[in-house]
Design a protein around this ligand. Structure first.
Ligand SMILES: [Zn+2]
Ligand SMILES: [Zn+2]
Length: 433
């Protein structure tokens, strides 16, 4: 049955030959986040559906079309998280993290789920890095969060340019919503059914409709920047001044609105043209009303999310370097049970020292064992038989240049000193030299 051997549409396996790239990215992300004071938070994969209706917004594409929602056996409506912010904020409120020293800074690496049309770099189960910074309304926090992404991308070698916009506060946005309403209402009959409904409830969401006709009508729509109140204008100017001061290049793009309802003031995207048409590799913004809207204190916040699959695609396209896959340090082949036991003993000692070592676990011939050692890319190898056991000595061979060292088999001590002396990169890494 094909259904047993084919993963569901929109999901992706990470094979052992690729997972070191994921480990590298996760480590780098948490490292850079740590430099900015973000500590890791881990939240559940599913939450009450209401949490996303309230935060992401019930007129968004995400909530209306893309959520994996189901009733559990207890009759609750449950949703697989479509993004990371809502659950993170719920967690921060529930555990009283917002009563501590502000700002609270958290970072996460999580899977998220959206029922979308699968395409390159867009999956139904995808993975995200993100941060949330809670408690500061100052432009300095916007600039800090944005600069962290720039820092990470520079470190990874990702070529992506920063675009920023302001979508104002509830006060100034009301006028904008009215202007948008008027713009779209002029061609109401041509709008898709979803947008006809949105037109009265939340005209801003018409701007992210994927229907070609709605996009066509959206061209020439009013932009929020023309409606910003004094406070929002001053905030945006200050963010730009701080980015300038930090030497971070950006472009103001008045069409960025992000597809989620909770954003206020600053929104930003890092975009790249390296993976086909222009793609967003990181998106984020400020969400000053959200914590309170979810039942927490009236605290502002700002954060971003970045899709890891897309980031990896971009990195491949940019020719970014990844660390080498780990290779086996030593393979000890053996002929017969007594030699096999000796090999197992030496391998165990090497593993305790932190080296990847292997011996036969398949009952294969020595020739087949050595073939396998080559496949593993073993840096050293050794073959044990009756004569080696009798003499208590064997030849340890360095595979790349064929150098042979005679070592004592009493324990792994001599073997280890030869391996240390070779200063392999794997070895150096495991010893953090
Ligand atoms: Zn405003
Ligand atoms: Zn539409």
């Amino acid at each position: 049955m094909a259904i047993l051997t084919k993963a569901p549409r929109g999901t992706q396996d990470v094979l052992p030959s690729q997972s070191h790239k994921w480990q590298y990215l996760e480590k780098k992300f948490m490292e850079v986040a740590g430099l900015y004071g973000f500590r890791e938070i881990r939240v559940p994969t599913f939450e009450h559906t209401e949490l996303f209706n309230r935060s992401v917004g019930d007129t968004t594409d995400v909530v209306q079309k893309e959520m994996y929602t189901f009733e559990d056996k207890g009759g609750r409506s449950i949703t697989l998280r479509p993004e990371g912010t809502a659950g993170t904020l719920r967690c921060a409120i529930e555990h009283g993290l917002l009563g501590d020293a502000l700002p609270v800074k958290v970072a996460y690496c999580l899977s998220a789920f959206r029922y979308e049309k699968p395409q390159a770099g867009r999956l139904r189960e995808f993975h995200q890095f993100g941060v949330e910074m809670l408690g500061s309304s100052a432009p300095a926090s916007d600039a800090e969060v944005i600069s962290m992404v720039r820092h990470l991308f520079d470190e990874l070698g990702v070529e992506a340019s920063l675009e920023i916009n302001s979508i104002g506060c509830p006060t100034c946005r009301a006028k904008f919503q009215q202007a948008l309403h008027d713009h779209f209402a002029a061609r109401r009959e041509e709008l898709c059914d979803t947008c006809k409904d949105r037109l009265e409830r939340n005209p801003m969401r018409l701007l992210d409709c994927k229907s070609p006709i709605c996009q066509e009508i959206g061209k020439g729509a009013p932009v929020m920047l023309d409606f910003l109140c004094d406070e929002c204008t001053a905030h945006f100017d200050e963010v730009k001044a701080l980015l300038d001061a930090m030497g971070i290049a950006y472009k103001v793009n008045p069409t960025i609105v992000r597809g989620l309802d909770y954003y206020t003031k600053t929104v930003f995207e890092f975009v790249t043209d390296k993976i086909g048409s222009q793609a967003t590799v990181c998106g984020g913004g400020r969400y000053d009303g959200l914590v309170q809207q979810l039942g927490g204190p009236a605290l502002p916040g700002i954060g971003f999310g970045m899709g890891i699959e897309r980031l990896l695609m971009t990195m491949e396209a940019c020719g970014c370097s990844f660390p080498e896959e780990k290779e086996c340090v030593c393979y000890i082949g053996a002929m017969g049970p007594a030699a096999g036991a000796k090999a197992a003993q030496l391998v165990a000692e090497m593993r305790k020292e932190g080296f990847w070592a292997e011996c036969d676990t398949m009952g294969r011939s020595v020739k087949a064992q050595m073939k396998y050692a080559n496949k593993l890319g073993a840096k050293f190898s050794m073959i044990l038989g009756d004569s080696e056991l009798e003499q208590g000595k064997a030849n340890l061979k360095k595979m790349d240049d064929g150098t042979v060292s005679e070592i004592s088999l009493k324990n792994a001590e001599e073997m280890l000193s030869v391996i240390y002396a070779a200063k392999l990169s794997d070895v150096a890494e495991s010893l953090s030299l």
